[in-house]
Design a protein around this ligand. Structure first.
Ligand code: NDP
Length: 478
């Protein structure tokens, strides 16, 4: 059976379909998913444009009720949806369930935001005139999402988009259509009117490009790789469309001599290897002061050796497979690059066989690395981390900031002085003290600096910056 796209309120097949393969068991085909063509994307945009006037000015209580219903169904089905997510993406079942809960919480948050929208009213500099600032929705927004968070990232784009009165056309990554498809069914069932929300699965080069270049799409929110992000930004700039990009990371975790060793090791293990290291916020650079270096490396390698790498759905599995063959090839290639650059592979990096055929890779740790090495400058996006030894805090901060990225930056220390200085001087959108670089709250802004992000922040109330435009109104009461 082919799972269909949702276009103009109807479930429709496309000219072809793609199989969704379980990375933990490549014999397991989850289902086939329709690929939309350009004409179908145009149809979805036209339906969204037609639906916008009524949706954007309609009763906000209805909007809030719909988003709350979406939240409730997601959370009620967290086990089933979490398993589906783990099956298609390869993160472990508990991680999958956690991500589904996160998606539900995001919808719950934005259901509340619908009725909390407000403006400002101030006195004019001209006598007798009132000035007010209000926010209005953008119109039709195109959402393009990556494979590593198949329900949370769609949720944190769709929920604010709808809450603030926009109409949505979303394109998930082809590798993981099932979770977004399940979310689309829930949104449809919650009674979102025809055309307000459309799902167009398919290739980035067809569906994504059509959305980016469509004159009726007012804004594009994208999460994915830097190369695709730059291409999308150029496409949006050419027609002056609003754009928001969330891209890669090369996030440092600084470990100072005065850190609590267990905390630092747990932060590194979680940040570098959980979710198979396939998180934009993963701690891929461990910047470790020399006094604690050896005990840190010993303790971390021991924990890595104990980490159970297995089928995402296997009982007790702590790290699932890599998403697919091409990402696995990229990870292995970087391990070779690291060795070639003179880094020492302290542990891991071997392919693993498990009961089911999948893309299993041991977590890998390089030591004796230099921050200038390619393995420390380029995003690997797998379970591969490097230790960079430093003399003191000042050098640690320099190394942490010496990267083209700036998403998340962490420090493990018992010193308030260093923690405070680091929080102020880390060149990143998010900073963590005695916490992993990955793992964030849903009600506060998410995003980075430099090559990691472009445009306004996602999530929390800051999402309004992207999904609305400001209007300044002047009134002379007669
Ligand atoms: P890609 O950039 O390859 O793809 C992201 C999305 O863009 C997919 O839906 C893809 O479609 C689509 N796409 C591809 N080409 C185009 C195009 N020409 N025009 C429009 N859309 C297009 O990234 P990945 O999915 O491989 O995700 C991994 C990357 O995402 C990593 O670099 C990671 O760091 C980053 N990422 C960043 C996050 C953040 O918030 N900062 C969060 C998660 C990931 P399709 O693949 O279906 O062809």
């Amino acid at each position: 059976m082919v799972q269909k796209n949702l276009i103009a309120g109807a479930w429709v097949e496309g000219p072809d379909a793609v199989k969704n393969i379980n990375p933990s068991d490549t014999d397991d085909v989850i289902d086939s998913y329709a690929r939309a063509d350009q004409a179908q994307v145009n149809e979805a945009v036209a339906a969204a444009k037609a639906a916008f006037p009524a949706w954007s000015t309609g009763p906000i209580q209805a909007r809030a009720t719909m988003l709350a219903a979406v939240a409730a169904e997601i959370m009620a089905r967290k086990e089933e949806l979490g398993e589906l997510l783990a099956r298609e993406e390869g993160k472990t079942r508990p991680e999958g369930i956690g991500e589904v809960m996160r998606a539900g919480q995001i919808f719950e948050f934005f259901a509340g935001e619908v009725v909390r929208q407000s403006g400002e009213k101030i006195a004019s500099v001209r006598p007798g005139i009132d000035v007010e600032m209000t926010r209005e929705p953008m119109g039709v927004v195109g959402l393009i999402t990556p494979w590593n968070f198949p329900i949370a990232i769609p949720a944190w784009k769709i929920a604010p988009a709808l809450a603030y009165g926009n109409c949505v056309v979303i394109k998930p990554a082809e590798l993981v259509p099932a979770s977004t498809h399940a979310l689309a069914e829930i949104i449809h069932r919650a009674g979102v009117p025809e055309g307000v929300f459309s799902l167009v699965m398919g290739k980035g080069s067809v569906v994504g490009e059509t959305l980016v270049n469509h004159p009726d799409v007012a804004a594009i929110s994208f999460t994915g790789s830097v190369d695709t992000g730059k291409r999308i930004a150029a496409g949006c700039a050419a027609r002056l469309a609003k754009v928001q990009l969330e891209m890669g990371g090369k996030n440092p975790l600084v470990v100072l001599d005065d850190a609590d060793l267990d905390t630092a090791v747990d932060c590194a293990l979680n940040g570098a290897f959980f979710s198979t290291g396939q998180r934009c916020t993963a701690s891929s650079r461990l910047v470790v002061q020399k006094g604690i270096h050896d005990s840190f490396v010993d303790a971390l390698t021991q924990k890595m050796q104990a980490l159970k790498v297995d089928n995402a759905l296997a009982e007790g599995s702590q790290m699932g497979p890599v998403i697919d063959q091409s990402q696995l090839d990229q990870d292995l290639n970087y391990i070779e690059i690291g060795r070639g650059e003179g880094a020492r592979l302290a542990w891991g990096g071997e392919l693993l066989n498990r009961a089911t055929p999948g893309f299993y890779l041991q977590p890998a740790l390089f030591t004796e690395t230099d921050n200038k090495m390619r393995i420390n400058q380029e995003e690997i996006f797998g379970p591969v981390a490097s230790v960079i030894a430093v003399d003191d805090y000042d050098q640690a901060l320099d190394v942490a900031n010496d990267t083209p990225f700036g998403l998340s930056s962490g420090i493990c220390t018992g010193s308030l002085k260093y923690a405070s200085h680091f929080k102020r001087n880390a060149q990143a959108g998010m900073v963590m003290v005695n916490l992993p670089t990955a793992g964030v709250d849903y009600h506060v802004p998410f995003g980075g600096r430099k090559g990691s992000s472009y445009g306004s922040r996602e999530q929390g109330r800051y999402a309004a910056e992207f999904y609305t435009t400001v209007k300044t109104g002047y009134t002379l009461p007669l």
